[in-house]
Design a protein around this ligand. Structure first.
Ligand code: GUN
Length: 293
C-alpha cells in the first residue's frame, strides 16, 4: 500500500506558486485574496485561519472580513460588490456554509467570475462542464485530481466512483475527471444516499473517492482489492484518549481498508492539505489573467 501524502504534493504546488508569485512581483503586481467569514463556526474559523497563514507565508496580500452571524443578506452582497471593485483583490472566497438565514447561491452569484477562485460561480462551473480551461475549478476537487496525477495514478479509462454529490466536491470532481485534461478521461459514476446496493457500485471502482461527510463510512466491503482510495472527509469525532478529547477522521475507515488498497490518502494530511494549495494557485492565476501575464 502506498500512502498518498498531501503535504509533499502541496509543497510542489506551493513551489510553483512561489515561482509565479516572484514573476508577478518583479512585474509590479501583488496577488490579493479576500476571505469572507460570517458567524462563529469553529471549523470555518480554523480553515480561514490556515488560509490567512498561508497567504502570509507566500507574501500575498490577504484580507479577512469577519461578519457577525446575524449579518443581513443585502449587507453581505455589498461586501462582495466592494471586493469586486477593489483593484488590490484578485480572489474572493466566501467561507461556506453560511448561517441558515442567508442564501448562499445569491451571494456566490454576486462574485465577479474573474475573482471566483473557489470556482463556485455558474460561469466557472459552466466552463468546467465545457472543458474551457480559462475558468476556475473548485479547490478540493482540483486538489484530489492533482494528487492522483502527481502520484502517477492513471485516470484515463479508469472506473472512478465518487460517493457524494455536493457541488463543492462530488459533482465538480466528476466533471474534472471525465474532462479531457490531465487527470481526466475517466469513466465516472456518482453514488449518493439513494444509490441501490452501494457496495456493489463502489467495488467496481479502480479509483474510489469518498466525499459524504460521515466518519468511517467506507469499509473494506466497499473496496475492490488493489483500488486507489481518496478520502475527502474531514470529520471531528470524540476520542477521550486524544489530547483535545476529539480527533479528525475521514469518511474512510483507514485502518480497516488500507491493506486492500494500492494507494490511499490519509486524514489528516491528505486531501485537506491540497485545498488551500489549490486556492493559492487559483488566486495567483486570477492575478496573472487580470494583468495579462
Ligand atoms: N467550506 C469547506 N470547504 C470549502 C471550500 O472549499 N470553499 C468554501 N468557500 N467553503 C468551504
Amino acid at each position: 500500500m502506498k500512502l498518498i501524502e498531501g503535504k509533499s504534493i502541496a509543497e510542489t504546488v506551493y513551489g510553483e506558486c512561489l515561482e509565479s508569485f516572484e514573476e508577478l512581483k518583479a512585474a509590479g503586481f501583488l496577488p490579493g485574496l479576500a476571505v469572507v467569514l460570517v458567524g462563529e463556526d469553529p471549523a470555518s474559523r480554523a480553515y480561514v485561519g490556515s488560509k490567512e497563514k498561508k497567504c502570509q507565508e507566500l507574501g500575498m496580500h490577504s484580507v479577512k472580513i469577519e461578519l457577525p452571524a446575524e449579518t443581513k443578506q443585502e449587507d453581505l452582497h455589498q461586501v462582495i460588490l466592494d471586493l469586486n471593485a477593489d483593484e488590490t483583490i484578485h480572489g474572493i472566497l466566501v467561507q461556506l456554509p453560511l448561517p441558515n438565514h442567508l442564501d448562499e447561491d445569491a451571494v456566490i452569484l454576486r462574485i465577479d467570475p474573474a475573482k471566483d477562485v473557489d470556482g463556485l460561480h455558474p460561469v466557472n462551473l459552466g466552463k468546467l462542464a465545457m472543458d474551457d480551461p480559462t475558468g476556475f475549478a473548485p479547490c478540493t476537487p482540483s486538489g484530489c485530481q492533482r494528487m492522483l496525477v502527481e502520484s502517477g495514478i492513471e485516470t484515463s479509462g479508469a472506473n472512478v466512483v465518487i460517493v457524494g454529490r455536493s457541488l463543492l466536491v462530488g459533482k465538480s470532481l466528476a466533471l474534472l475527471m471525465m474532462g479531457k485534461g490531465e487527470g481526466g478521461n475517466a469513466t465516472v459514476t456518482i453514488a449518493h444516499s439513494r444509490t441501490k446496493d452501494l457496495k456493489a457500485v463502489t467495488r467496481e471502482a479502480d479509483i474510489l473517492v469518498a466525499a459524504i461527510g460521515i466518519p468511517h463510512f467506507i469499509g473494506p466491503d466497499h473496496v475492490k482489492e488493489g483500488a486507489v482510495v481518496v478520502d475527502v472527509g474531514i470529520n471531528r469525532i470524540a476520542d477521550p484518549t486524544a489530547p483535545r478529547g476529539s480527533r479528525l477522521v475521514g469518511d474512510v475507515d483507514f485502518d480497516a481498508v488500507k491493506d486492500k488498497c494500492e494507494a490511499i490518502t490519509p486524514v489528516p494530511g491528505g486531501v485537506g492539505r491540497m485545498t488551500i494549495a489549490m486556492l493559492m494557485a487559483n488566486t495567483i492565476r486570477a492575478c496573472r489573467l487580470k494583468e495579462g501575464l
